[in-house]
Design a protein around this ligand. Structure first.
Ligand code: FCB
Length: 463
């Protein structure tokens, strides 16, 4: 971006459109705990977190935020903050303990109770069907490299919409298939921890197939609004005038964004990405007719944004495990302050991303389904003065507003996360919540950022 729009200047009062949806997000494995309650079987994250050396200090999601037992208190906090939407995910191994067979009523009842509690407090539930906790029994049969998994996912979608479709207005098939495919099967830093480029492309295609089949199952069950959430970013060339850097950025943009966006919203893999399936011997998983299934229309695209990427061409650079086929490309450190994740803080990346989506995929309404920051919070006199998180949120909301005022069709914003939780490979070591969780006592403390966010929601704008 060349100039700073007035929207992005701190101190400029801004109002969001009427009906703009405000809320927060979480995910099942990160908060629920109750790992073996009511018939739940292990997911790939239970297995992975128990594998020595995979997760910070061997942390597991066994207890997490104990949300499974404390959901009423957590919903009360959401209501106190004035959230209009709550995005949660469904733990597949609670619903179908053997992955593909009968529905476990006791597991399903948890989400039934949660949804009723939300509605009773005037909060609209938004359910994600897959936020990474694949039943381990399915991984034992190949996980996402097995085409059957996509069909089992559609069965899960059908079971969920049959039970909750009368009360859940918005459904999301998958959260961030990029992470499932490339972190799960290529770099192995996420469950199931495989390091196999071929498997990562097989998994990617089956995830997209699962999405398409899931959309169809949700529609057949009467779902009102159906979406997919992707983690996307703006990929920038270090030297914008250098054609090699431009090509490097284009390639990483392909792996991060276009390999998902194009099949879902245009009906085909872009040629450069299709070539990677061939190169890694994974093209055999793409069957005739899959493209139409994957492109089943959606009503909303969920955007998870955390940071932009900066890349350059570098002769001899080896391909990072996470980005198969990206030889000769190097990621460059960015000149921005960083969060506790060491992720650069740059709201202009979100603005750029939203404008790009609005331009390249103009017919799809957008919603920010995750945005937020980890900081090493300190508790002082029972309060958490997390001004850095407030700054992060404000900067990004200003970027969102700038995109809105330039015409992006953006329906809402959900903060990641409602509360501190199990941050995957980082265990409980990173805190993204606007509500603090003391993991020894399970005590919740509303941070200053949550109070600030409640005011933003209350006035539907920034001061
Ligand atoms: C996203 C995940 C979410 C959380 C945030 C920080 O990639 O969807 O579960 O871990 O990052």
């Amino acid at each position: 971006m060349t100039a700073v729009a007035p929207d992005q200047l701190t101190g400029t009062a801004l109002r969001f459109p009427q009906g703009f949806r405000w809320g927060a997000a979480t995910a099942s494995y990160q908060i629920e705990g109750a790992a073996s309650d009511d018939g739940r079987t292990p997911s790939i994250w239970d297995t992975f977190s128990r594998t020595p050396g995979k997760v910070f200090e061997g942390h597991t999601g066994d207890v997490a935020c104990d949300h499974y037992h404390r959901y009423r208190d957590d919903v009360a906090i959401m209501a106190e903050l004035g959230l209009g939407t709550y995005r949660f995910s469904v733990a597949w191994p609670r619903i179908k303990p053997d992955g593909s067979g009968p529905v476990n009523g006791r597991g399903l009842d948890f989400y039934d109770r949660l949804v009723d509690e939300l509605l009773a407090k005037g909060i609209s539930p938004m359910a994600t069907l897959y936020h990474w906790d694949l039943p381990q029994v399915l991984e034992d049969r190949g996980g996402w490299t097995n085409r059957d998994t996509a069909y089992y996912f559609a069965d899960l979608a059908a079971a969920m919409v049959a039970k909750l479709g009368d009360r859940v207005a918005t459904w999301t098939t998958l959260n961030e298939p990029w992470c499932s495919a490339f972190l799960g099967y290529a770099s192995g830093i996420h469950a199931p921890g495989r390091q196999d480029a071929k498997a990562s492309f097989e998994a990617l295609h089956h995830l997209l197939l699962a999405h398409g089949l899931g959309v169809r199952a949700l529609r057949a069950g009467g779902a009102r609004e159906v979406s997919l959430t992707l983690n996307m970013t703006s990929v920038r060339p270090l030297n914008p005038a250098d054609p090699h850097d431009q090509a490097a950025a284009r390639h990483i943009d392909g792996l991060q964004n276009r390999i998902f966006l194009d099949p879902v919203l245009r009906g085909y893999y872009p040629d450069d990405m299709r070539a990677l399936f061939d190169r890694f011997g994974a093209a055999h998983v793409i069957k005739p007719g899959d493209d139409a299934v994957i492109a089943s229309p959606i009503d909303l695209l969920g955007v998870n944004y955390y940071q932009p990427a900066l890349v350059r061409a570098k002769i001899g650079a080896t391909a990072g495990l996470t980005n198969p086929g990206s030889e000769g490309i190097e990621e460059v450190r960015q000149p921005h302050p960083v969060t506790d994740m060491d992720w650069p803080v740059d709201p202009s990346g979100l603005y750029e991303l939203l404008m790009r989506l609005a331009t390249d995929y103009p017919d799809t309404p957008l919603m920010i389904t995750e945005n937020g920051a980890a900081y090493a919070d300190v508790v002082e006199d029972g309060r958490v003065h997390d001004t850095d998180r407030i700054g992060f949120l404000e900067g990004h909301l200003r970027a969102v507003h700038a995109a809105l005022s330039e015409g992006a069709d953006l329906r809402g914003y959900l903060a990641w996360s409602l509360m501190d939780n199990y941050e995957w490979g980082y265990g409980y070591g990173k805190r993204f919540g606007i509500v603090r969780v003391d993991y020894d006592t399970q005590r919740r403390t509303v941070k200053d950022s949550a109070r600030w966010y409640a005011e933003v929601i209350g006035r539907n704008g920034l001061e």
